[in-house]
Design a protein around this ligand. Structure first.
Ligand code: PLP
Length: 513
C-alpha cells in the first residue's frame, strides 16, 4: 500500500520544476521593491493628506514615487496620477473624455486588438451614444495607418491605440498615430501597460495626451496603476470625494503600492538594458520550436515586437491540451490575455489579424522575464517537443461551455469527482459523479471502467489535470479533463447546475485488496 502511495506521489511530483513564462499576465515582485513596500507599510502609515510630520513624510514618499514613474516615461511629475490599476486608468480617460466632448463630438477611433479594459468600456460608451470605429490591423498585427487616416475626421475627439499588445507583443508606431490624430484635433490615449520596462517610452516626444500603466507588469505590486495626462489636456474627475491626486482621483492613496510602483520604475533602465538578452533567449526558443515543428507560425514580425513575447501557432495541436501538459510539467504559459482565460472564446486579437478560430485555438503565448534562463527554454522546448511528437499521453480537454446534457448523461462517459471533501460540502457535484479521495486515486483503479471515457473534474481544473495524466499512465485510454473545473461549469452553465447538480452521485469505496 505504501509503495503504491509513493508511486502516486512520485508521479504527481515527478515534474516539480517550475518555469514561469507568463510575464505578460503578471510578474513576481522584485526583492528590492518588496523591501520598499515592507518599509512603507511598517514605518510610513501616515495619511499623505495629514499635515503633521508622519503624514508629510508619506506625502514626500508619494511625490518621490510620482517622480520615479514620470522619469520612466519621460513625463513631468504633475502629469502623473495614481489609480487602482490600468483598467481604472483606461476607464477614467474614456469615460471622462467622452463626457467632456459629447454631444458636440461623438466619435472615438480605436483598434480591434485593444485590451478588454478598453474594448468593454468602448462597448459601454456605445450604449451612451458614442460612435466607435475600429481601424483594422494587418496579418502582423500592425495598425493600418492609411486606414486610420481615412477614419479620423473632425467628429473624432479621441484616438485610442495601444503601444504594445499583450497577446502578440506587437508594437505600434504611436508617434505616427498621434500625428494623424492631431491633423483633426483629436486627442490620443495609448495603453502602455505591456511596454513599460520592455521598450523605451517617451510620452512627450510622441505627443500623446493620455497613457496608462500598471505596476504589476514590471515587478511591482498588483492593485496600483498610473495615468499620464498631458498638461493642458482635458480631464474631469471620475471619482468624487476628497481632494487627493490634485482633485483628479478621490480616495486615500495606497502609499505602500505607490512606493512599490516608484521603486519598480527605478529599475526600468536596468530592465531595458537586459532586453536584448531576453530577445536572444526568445530567438533561441523560436529557432528550436521551428526545428521541432517546421510549420509552426510566429504571429508577429520580430522587428516590431516586444523582446519578451512570442505568440506561436502549432497547426493541429490544440492549445488547451498543450497548456495542460505544460502546466503538468510545471511550465506556465497562456493562450491569450489573463482576463480571457477560462473562457473558450478564441482570441479577439488573433482573429483581428486574420487567424481562423481553429488557428487561434492552436496558439499559445510565451512571455519571458527577467529571470528566464537558457535552461528554462531548453526544458520548455523539450516538453513541447514530447507533447507534439506524441511521446506524452494526451488528455482530452473539455471546456465548461462544452459540458452539456449529452455528455453528462452519456452512458459511455464515467464521471470522476476528485474534489477535496471541503469543496464537496460546499457545492453539489456533476450528476452521475463517482467520488474518490483525490489523494489516494490508486485505491480505486479496479472500479473505474476502462472501456469508457473518464471525465475527471475538481474545483478549478488543476488537480484533475494531474490525476487525468496519472490515469493515462495507468492505461486508461480515453481520459478527459474538465477545464476550469466545477467552478467554471457552475458559472458558465448555471442553468444545468441548478437542474442536475448532486443527482445520482456515488461515493466509491477503495478497491478490495
Ligand atoms: N492593458 C493591457 C495591455 C494589459 O495587458 C493589462 C493587463 O493584463 C491591462 C491593460 C490591465 O491592467 P490592470 O491589471 O492593472 O488592470
Amino acid at each position: 500500500m505504501e509503495i503504491q502511495m509513493f508511486e502516486f506521489l512520485k508521479h504527481v511530483f515527478r515534474f516539480n520544476r517550475r518555469v514561469y513564462l507568463d510575464h505578460n499576465a503578471t510578474t513576481p515582485v522584485s526583492n528590492r521593491v518588496r523591501r520598499k513596500i515592507d518599509q512603507a507599510l511598517k514605518y510610513h502609515y501616515g495619511n499623505p493628506s495629514s499635515f503633521y510630520g508622519i503624514g508629510r513624510k508619506s506625502a514626500e514618499l508619494m511625490e518621490q514615487a510620482r517622480g520615479q514613474v514620470a522619469g520612466a516615461i519621460h513625463a513631468d511629475p504633475p502629469e502623473i496620477f495614481f489609480t487602482g490599476c490600468a483598467t481604472e486608468s483606461n476607464n477614467a480617460v474614456l469615460k471622462s473624455i467622452s463626457a467632456h466632448f459629447y454631444p458636440k463630438k461623438k466619435k472615438i477611433i480605436s483598434t480591434p486588438i485593444e485590451h478588454p479594459s478598453i474594448l468593454n468600456t468602448l462597448a459601454y460608451l456605445e450604449t451612451q451614444g458614442i460612435v466607435v470605429e475600429y481601424c483594422p490591423v494587418d496579418s502582423n498585427g500592425q495598425v493600418l495607418l492609411a486606414e486610420l487616416e481615412k477614419r479620423v475626421d473632425d467628429e473624432t475627439f479621441l484616438v485610442c491605440c495601444m503601444l504594445a499588445n499583450n497577446e502578440t507583443g506587437v508594437i505600434q508606431d504611436i508617434a505616427a498615430v498621434t500625428r494623424i490624430a492631431k491633423q483633426h484635433g483629436a486627442l490620443v490615449l495609448t495603453d502602455c501597460v505591456q511596454a513599460l520596462g520592455k521598450i523605451s517610452i517617451d510620452v512627450h516626444e510622441w505627443g500623446v495626451d493620455y497613457a496608462s500603466f500598471s505596476a504589476h507588469k514590471l515587478y511591482g505590486p498588483k492593485g496600483i496603476g498610473a495615468l499620464y495626462v498631458k498638461e493642458g489636456s482635458p480631464f474631469t474627475p471620475y471619482l468624487h470625494g476628497g481632494h487627493q491626486e490634485s482633485g483628479m482621483r478621490a480616495g486615500t492613496e495606497s502609499l505602500h503600492n505607490i512606493v512599490g510602483f516608484g521603486a519598480a520604475c527605478q529599475d526600468v533602465d536596468k530592465l531595458l538594458a537586459h532586453a536584448e538578452q531576453t530577445r536572444a533567449l526568445k530567438q533561441k526558443l523560436i529557432q528550436r520550436l521551428k526545428e521541432i515543428k517546421p510549420d509552426c507560425i510566429i504571429n508577429s514580425s520580430e522587428a516590431k515586437c516586444l523582446p519578451n513575447t512570442v505568440s506561436i501557432t502549432f497547426p493541429n495541436v490544440e492549445n488547451s491540451g498543450l497548456m495542460g501538459m505544460l502546466d503538468y510539467r510545471g511550465i506556465a504559459v497562456s493562450a491569450g490575455s489573463a482576463c480571457g482565460t477560462g473562457e473558450d472564446v478564441p482570441s479577439h486579437v488573433l482573429k483581428a489579424m486574420g487567424l481562423s478560430d481553429q488557428a487561434a485555438r492552436e496558439t499559445i503565448r510565451v512571455s519571458l522575464g527577467w529571470s528566464t534562463s537558457a535552461r528554462d527554454i531548453r526544458y520548455t522546448t523539450k516538453v513541447i517537443q514530447e507533447h507534439i511528437e506524441g511521446q506524452t499521453l494526451l488528455v482530452n480537454m473539455l471546456t465548461p461551455a462544452q459540458l452539456n446534457e449529452t455528455i453528462l448523461f452519456d452512458e459511455h462517459t464515467y464521471i470522476l469527482d476528485v474534489r477535496p471533501s471541503d469543496d464537496r460540502k460546499r457545492y453539489k457535484g456533476l450528476p452521475n459523479s463517482h467520488e474518490v479521495d483525490p489523494l489516494f486515486v490508486e485505491k480505486y483503479l479496479k472500479q473505474i471502467p476502462r472501456d469508457k471515457q473518464i471525465l475527471v473534474y475538481c474545483p478549478g481544473g488543476g488537480l484533475s489535470v494531474m490525476i487525468s495524466y496519472y490515469l493515462k499512465t495507468k492505461g486508461f485510454k480515453n481520459v478527459t479533463n474538465l477545464r476550469g473545473g466545477l467552478d467554471g461549469w457552475r458559472k458558465r452553465r448555471s442553468d444545468l447546475y441548478e437542474k442536475y447538480a448532486g443527482q445520482n452521485n456515488t461515493v466509491l469505496q477503495p478497491d478490495k485488496e
